[in-house]
Design a protein around this ligand. Structure first.
Ligand code: UDP
Ligand code: MG
Length: 312
């Protein structure tokens, strides 16, 4: 019998876990496959750890991975995929923004379309700040413009993938993982599933601005070289303007139509402007060197402290 694993990354989710487990379990009853839930505790500092151990002790269909500290949402999902032995996997958030009740419909669509990936597209996002909605819209569209891969917009990691895609994903060596992008990049048959994103049932977002920024910059830097191209284009433009000005002022001196000595303002403006362009381009270069540095160090993406209900 084929098997489905639901991967749930959790970071300080004590307020939602009980309800999340109940609803997911209930939804899985409607599926005619063998099912299990895999929780990845991403170094929570609240009761999440003990709650998960409790669930795992009472339900052998629940696997738990505890990280040694908080590594982040993407490493948590990666660990889930790495440790999954099922034929299908559904990635879902713990906070019930993505309703687990949709899992049977997602599987039905997979079956009907014989899809390798069913990615869930948010028709609407309930209960999220205007700032989050706006930055998300901007981010997905900019990323699409910047990268060579065509990503579906307004999708999160809420999706179903099959064994074939998991195997390809597990081959990927890069440590900075933008999972939804990588899964699009892998290819095969990918179909959308439209849904309404709900509000978090309790607790606060675990994605503060600092994590959002890291997430967005990983996506940009790993999927696009356009920032480097833009930096170079700016360089070309500056050189071109420089040459034009040099010719203009030299001819002006010879033929007497330029009185360059007066130009304090123009000199200051260009020093500031081109100084800025240089810092910016060095900064862009620095970002790419930074990710090379991280990749060369080749540290693991996550460290596991303990596993529950995995066979020895
Ligand atoms: N999460 C995680 N590690 C982190 C941050 C978040 O495992 O460092 C989990 C979190 O518990 C949730 C999911 O990732 O299950 C998505 O986080 P959240 O709902 O806070 O993000 P949002 O929906 O606000 O973007
Ligand atoms: Mg959420």
């Amino acid at each position: 019998m084929k098997k489905l694993t639901v991967i749930v990354p959790c970071y300080n989710e004590e307020l939602v876990l009980k309800e999340s487990y109940r609803r997911t379990k209930e939804a899985l009853k409607k599926i005619s496959l063998q099912t299990e839930i895999m929780y990845i505790n991403d170094g929570s500092s609240d009761a999440t750890r003990f709650m998960l151990d409790g669930i795992a002790a009472s339900d052998s269909q629940v696997k738990v991975i505890h990280f040694s500290r908080n590594f982040g949402h993407q490493p948590a999902v990666t660990a889930g995929i790495n440790h999954c032995d099922a034929d299908f996997v559904v990635i879902i958030d713990a906070d019930m923004q993505d309703p687990p009740e949709l899992i049977p419909d997602i599987l039905a669509l997979q079956e009907k379309e014989q899809a390798d990936v069913v990615y869930c597209v948010r028709k609407s996002r309930e209960g999220e700040s205007l700032f989050k909605k706006l930055t998300a819209k901007l981010f997905y569209r900019t990323l699409n413009y910047m990268s060579d891969v065509d990503f579906p917009v307004d999708t999160g990691d809420f999706r179903m993938i099959n064994r074939k895609v998991m195997d390809q994903f597990n081959q990927l060596k890069e440590r900075g993982k933008y999972i939804r992008g990588l899964i699009s990049w892998v290819g095969f048959k990918q179909v959308p599933f439209y849904y309404e994103r709900e509000s978090r049932i309790a607790g606060e977002t675990k994605y503060p601005l600092s994590k959002m920024w890291k997430f967005a910059s990983t996506a940009m830097l790993y999927f696009s070289k356009k920032p480097l191209h833009l930096a170079m284009s700016m360089g070309f433009l500056a050189v071109f303007i420089g040459i034009v000005l040099a010719v203009w002022f030299t001819l002006g001196k010879i033929y007497g139509f330029s009185h360059a000595e007066i130009g304090w303002t123009s000199i200051m403006t260009s020093i500031i402007f081109f100084g800025g362009v240089q810092l910016l381009t060095v900064g862009v270069l620095g970002q790419y060197i930074g990710i090379l540095f991280d990749e060369v160090k080749a540290r693991p993406e996550y460290i596991i402290a303990e596993k529950k209900n995995f066979e020895k």
